[in-house]
Design a protein around this ligand. Structure first.
Ligand code: GDP
Length: 484
């Protein structure tokens, strides 16, 4: 009973000391505005306002209804009129959402106008003229964070969702937005906090002998529980990173073997989708290929589209570097040509790296010694392909999927950490806890060991934003798209 009471008090005290997200830290009352849809032509575009005066400002330029009197979370049809000239700027639907049940926890108005860039810019100018301030990048999300609506890892998830290249990446981000990662991190912090509180109670109230004395052994056991969980998170982090950043994939092989044709075959689907969209950059199309939900990031293997042999042109050493930094290599051979020494050398360079052998041009006469290829590939997957007849691409996609999903990523409920900042902080927390364990082994007094535990607790806090410094927060939010 005493123990739980003391723990309770200490946990509260420690939490208050560092909790920067406890509600008192509210944003100043100015009203911000930004264009929230992408710049360019679209069916509609949205200007979003957030803040105390959001409804008032919108009302001054809206003709149709008195927006200050409408119920929250409702849509209204009307016209936007320049109050100085009475000129009609656009025909719009306005949504009115009153605090606190909004994304930013403030009053929010979204003006849905027609897509044209000129109209939407004039709309924005009008709301700025009426007293709104242009939002900084990510400021809407920052307000949601500062007003306690979401934590930092969730705010980062918003950014990840916007920039997701694949469905899998989006799932990881959505999962994070739902707060599952935050919950897990908070539990770990709670465990650490209990250790800290226990040690402090022992020190500050030695006269209470009914409070069990924390021993080195007990502290080690409790630290181990947290360490194990951090290790587990870090072990799946690599997969999370892959979802987010794509599997770095190199396509290599001698000239004319079919590398460019394979690249084209892989990007074909996306190309068909994106060519109609004005302003889509070629880089994105060429870099990312979505293979059954897995993002492949095709590496710039020194001009894959050119016909030169990469080994010949960029040298053995450079080829080795490319292969070493690739998560996956697709090594192409020509069914119609015998193996060369270069091919054998590449096999030896690949050795135990993850790779798939592709034998292309199976429509042509077989000149390749398949037995030797099998021997050199040493159990690695070999795919027969005829790009000319579009055969073998499915089998390749299946092989890629198997390689990365087998036993590893099938668990949809797993919490993947994909954010480099989070991975870094987890590693720092782990190091701090390992320091604590070393100190325990050396029988260092517990109040000293506790300092390391506290460090770990702070690092974990930075993931969810409880102990993140102002500058980190500013840096993170400035990476957002404007208007989010
Ligand atoms: P790269 O130099 O490795 O990038 O090879 P390319 O993709 O440019 O292909 C070289 C030539 O081989 C082109 O003329 C392709 O049309 C042809 N080619 C590619 N795949 C096949 C195939 O499966 N069968 C046949 N017969 N020709 C192919």
């Amino acid at each position: 009973m005493w123990i739980s009471l003391f723990f309770f008090l200490f946990v509260i005290r420690l939490t208050i000391e560092t909790d920067r997200n406890g509600g008192a830290d509210c944003v100043e009352g100015d009203t911000i505005a930004a264009i929230s849809t992408p710049i360019g032509e679209g069916a509609i575009s949205i200007v979003r306002l957030s803040g105390d005066k959001a409804i008032d400002i919108a009302n001054r330029i809206f003709k149709g209804k008195d927006l200050t009197k409408v119920p929250s979370h409702t849509l209204h049809y009307g016209k936007i009129v320049d109050p100085d000239t009475d000129e009609v700027i656009d025909e719009v639907i306005v949504s009115v959402m009153r605090a606190p049940k909004t994304f930013t926890v403030e009053d929010v108005v979204e003006i849905n106008g027609h897509g044209g860039m000129i109209a939407v810019k004039r709309l924005l100018q009008l709301v700025l003229d009426q007293g709104a301030r242009l939002a900084e990048p990510g400021e809407f999300t920052k307000r949601a964070f500062l007003n306690g609506r979401i934590d930092l890892s969730q705010a980062e998830a918003v950014m990840d969702i916007i920039s997701s290249q694949t469905e899998q990446a989006m799932k990881v981000a959505l999962n994070q937005l739902e707060g599952r990662l935050s919950k897990l991190i908070r539990n770990l912090r709670q465990n650490l906090l209990e250790i800290i509180a226990h040690v402090e109670v022992n020190i500050d109230y030695p006269e209470y002998d009914d409070v069990e004395e924390m021993t080195h052994h007990m502290m080690e056991e409790k630290t181990d529980v947290v360490l194990e969980e951090i290790d587990r998170l870090l072990s799946v982090a690599e997969q999370g990173k892959i979802f987010r950043e794509g599997i770095k994939t190199a396509i290599i092989g001698r000239p004319n073997v079919g590398k460019s044709s394979l690249l084209n075959a892989l990007v074909q689907e996306e190309r068909a989708i994106v060519t109609d969209i004005a302003g889509t950059t070629r880089d994105v199309i060429e870099e990312y290929v979505n293979v059954r939900g897995i993002p492949l990031r095709l590496m710039d293997t020194a001009g894959i589209r050119e016909t030169d042999d990469i080994v010949e042109r960029i040298g053995v050493e450079k080829s080795r570097q490319i292969l070493e930094s690739a998560d996956l290599t697709l090594f192409m051979l020509n069914n119609n040509e015998p193996l060369t020494d270069d091919d054998r050398m590449i096999f030896s360079m690949l050795d135990d790296m993850p790779y798939i052998v592709i034998i292309n041009k199976t429509d042509l006469e077989n000149e390749l010694d398949l037995k030797e290829v099998e021997k050199l590939a040493d159990g690695k997957k070999i795919i027969s392909m005829s790009l000319k007849h579009q055969e073998g691409i499915e089998a390749l996609e299946e092989a890629i999927k198997d390689l990365f999903f087998e036993n590893k990523l099938v668990d949809r409920d797993e919490i993947y950490i994909s954010n480099v900042r989070h991975i870094d902080l987890l590693k720092k927390a782990k190091r701090a806890l390992l320091d604590a364990k070393d100190a325990l082994t050396m029988q260092v007094p517990l109040d000293i060991v506790q300092i390391d535990v506290r460090r770990a607790w702070e690092y974990l806090g930075e993931i969810v934003g409880d102990t993140a410094s102002e500058s980190i927060i500013d840096q993170l939010f400035s990476q957002f798209c404007l208007g989010k």
